[in-house]
Design a protein around this ligand. Structure first.
Ligand code: B1M
Length: 640
């Protein structure tokens, strides 16, 4: 049986002869090719040549974004209107839209002048991104900056036309041949609202706009729906069999109620319409899926791709297989940190594989892959070893068996969830109930009036702050930690806090007013993830700290220079990638070299970071989440 047949059989829910193994190699390959560190026997090979030589299936899901056939293919990245050899459609913007493009170093500024007004965006592709193998652009300035931009962007989408253009796709698919399956790219988002979230607006601002401009957002989503409907039409008549229908789902970012309301209906629509033509819908489910398990299973998607289990996330591979495999095909299952020497020993790696073959028995509806992708520092021999073991032990049907105990990290995560303390009762302090409700409910309009009312009735400003506002923020932090509250609640509550603190400011005595301390936070060089960092910042500001946000992709030298200028008491470093974690150590070393280390406490955080890593690199503290970040800052400042 060929790898093409194996993958298609798994997608159709049929039993192949053995498991297919299709590792995503692009990131690993680009970074190592540029650094001259590809394995000797593959020194001059492309990712496809390497996979073929090793007997792995080709991973053909993500388009080569930086290899456009013509400049317009990826020029409109900030609108998410893209065309590649991997898509089966072309696009035309309305002829009355004038486009102005200016190159500014590694940034491209684009203006769209429409009859309803103009919008602009900046996309960037830096040398650092190229060197780390990243292929997507970074949206440095999104198109939606305020309410006035909504109709303009809506106009662009209402007047957008797609047309069939599958010639390059056919050629690409022929090149892949029997060694893999060509997934066509529908859109990188799974629904119009998810498209707005992903492209049009800063990832954190999205939640404010979703709350504040809900009518405009829904109208814009309806306009973008025109694009999505046309994509479905184009794929229906195309030769493509499997469709990449968006993703990067995560229980925090695409939190359960949002996922159910704004994303699932479109996955269902696509799956029904395309399924009726014998096509399959695949979504990139690379995030934390614990809170989305049932919604994803019931969404109608045929394939969940880039599935990344414990220990990188909370859901174990056996739970994924048990809960999903009767309804959809799982593509992935091997977390990328298993390939890294620093995170996983050889013995742990082998143990995971022993466990995997048992956990996914009998093995139908399973395609093995590295989730989300093979990292640049992966131990190549471990990929080879997975290939060998799949060859030897991956015959279908797999034999089930008693599961080994959960890997230590996953067990710890499950344990932590089970023992999560119940949220304190927000109503326990009756006189402050209204202001607490304002904070908990995100009501920034009423809070000022309620505070003034309490002051008139003789309450002390400090009491309102401590027993009303800060205790409500603690409840939110706790709810967030235990998975009861999601990003929007935290952001909206913190915004109420800001409003409340400004109302209280004139009544606080000298020692109580003003910032509680100066904190500076940035995401390290090479890393563009900012949602978690922004949450930490918002919470800190919410409880009264002065926080300077250095943004993302911050070089070591800039951290040092800004510590000199801003003189924070606490410097926070965020990193979401194993490749960029070493930057944290470099920052600490540079602070020592510049003689600044004594004057500032350094705290670190981000999904792959942990307490031990923080200690090893000489940081003063680690926080697991935003609430923990606030507590850590408070503790360090008290100790100082
Ligand atoms: Co990316 N991504 N991503 N991604 N992404 C991860 C992180 C990944 C784990 C996915 C996976 O493999 N399953 C993986 C990293 C693997 C690894 O290295 N260990 C990954 C990858 C590989 C990549 C790319 C390389 C993909 C590619 O191109 N092949 C690429 C890299 C781009 C770059 O940075 N140069 C990439 C791109 C992207 C998007 C642009 C699509 C998007 C980012 C959007 C944005 O941030 N503006 C994205 C997303 C959304 C994710 C996932 C799905 C979700 C991250 C998130 O925001 N979570 C993520 C999967 C995952 O983490 N399981 C993934 C919600 C957020 C609230 O949590 O950020 O953890 P988090 O923050 C928490 C805590 O960590 C903590 O508090 C926060 C709030 O509680 N915290 C701190 C964070 N910083 C702190 C600092 C502190 C204290 C606490 O003190 C200073």
């Amino acid at each position: 049986m060929t790898n093409n047949e194996r993958i298609l059989k798994a997608i159709r829910g049929e039993m192949a002869d053995r498991l297919a193994f299709a590792p995503r190699l692009d990131l690993w390959h680009s970074a190592n090719a540029l650094a001259g560190t590809l394995p000797l026997r593959h020194k001059n090979s492309t990712p496809d040549q390497i996979a073929r030589a090793e007997g792995w299936a080709l991973h053909k899901i993500n388009p080569e974004y930086q290899k456009p056939r013509k400049p317009e293919d990826n020029l409109h990245w900030a609108l998410g209107i893209l065309s590649f050899k991997e898509t089966v459609y072309g696009f035309r913007l309305a002829s009355n839209i004038e486009i102005e493009v200016k190159q500014e170093g590694d940034r491209t500024r684009i203006h769209y002048h429409t009859p309803l007004g103009s919008v602009s965006s900046v996309i960037a592709y830096t040398e650092e991104m190229r060197r780390s193998g990243i292929s997507g652009f970074w949206i440095a300035e999104p198109v939606l900056k305020g309410a006035k931009d909504y109709p303009v962007v809506g106009y662009i989408f209402e007047n957008l036309t797609l047309f069939p253009d599958a010639a390059d796709f056919m050629k690409w698919r022929a090149d892949i041949g029997e060694d893999g399956v060509a997934f066509t790219m529908a859109a990188r988002a799974a629904s119009p609202m998810n498209h707005i979230q992903k492209y049009f607006i800063d990832a954190t601002d999205f939640y404010y706009h979703y709350h504040d401009y809900s009518r405009q957002m829904q109208a814009l989503a309806a306009s973008v729906g025109n694009f999505f409907d046309q994509i479905i039409d184009q794929i229906t008549v195309s030769p493509a069999e499997v469709v990449f229908w968006g993703g990067n789902f995560d229980e925090m970012i695409t939190y359960p109620s949002f996922f159910a309301k704004e994303i699932v209906p479109w996955i269902r629509k696509a799956a029904e319409r395309l399924g009726a033509c014998g096509k399959y819908v695949s979504c990139h489910c690379d995030g934390e899926n614990e809170g989305l398990m049932d919604s994803i299973r019931d969404s109608g998607m045929h394939v969940a791709e880039a599935v990344c289990p414990a220990p990188m996330t909370k859901v174990t591979i056996e739970e994924y297989y048990r809960r999903w495999a009767d309804r959809l095909t799982i593509f992935g299952g091997i977390p990328s940190t298993l390939l890294l020497g620093e995170s996983t020993t050889d013995a742990e790696f082998e143990e995971y594989l022993d466990h995997l073959f048992k956990a996914v028995a009998p093995g139908g509806r399973m395609i093995l892959g590295i989730a989300d992708s093979t990292p640049p520092q992966a131990i190549f021999d471990r990929l080879v070893r997975i290939g060998e073991r799949v060859e030897k032990e991956g015959r279908l049907p797999l034999e089930g068996g008693a599961f080994r105990p959960l890997p230590a990290a996953a067990a710890a995560a499950v344990e932590k969830r089970a023992s999560a303390a119940p949220a304190p009762d927000p109503l326990r302090d009756e006189p402050f109930r209204q202001v607490k409700d304002d904070v908990l409910g995100g009501d920034q309009v009423s809070v000022r009036g309620h505070i003034l009312g309490l002051l008139e009735r003789g309450a002390k400003a400090d009491e309102i702050l401590q027993r009303g506002l800060l205790s409500a923020m603690e409840v939110i932090g706790e709810r967030f930690r235990s998975g009861e509250a999601f990003i929007p609640e935290v952001l909206l509550s913190a915004r109420v806090m800001n409003e409340a603190v400004s109302a209280l400011e004139p009544y606080l005595t000298a020692g109580q007013s003003g910032a509680k301390g100066r904190v500076m936070i940035g995401t390290v060089k090479g890393d563009m993830h900012d949602i978690g960092k922004n949450l930490v910042i918002t919470m800190l500001r919410g409880v009264g700290y002065e926080v300077k946000d250095l943004g993302v992709d911050v070089p070591v030298a800039k951290f040092v220079q800004m510590v000199k200028e801003f003189q924070p008491e606490i410097l926070g470093l965020s990193s979401l990638l194993t490749t960029t974690m070493p930057q944290m150590k470099l920052v600490i070393e540079a602070l020592v070299a510049a003689g600044l280390r004594e004057g500032v406490k350094v705290i670190v955080g981000g999904a792959p970071v942990n307490e031990k890593y923080a200690r090893d690199i000489g940081a003063d503290g680690y926080a697991h989440d935003a609430g923990g970040g606030v507590k850590l800052v408070e503790r360090l400042l008290q100790e100082a």
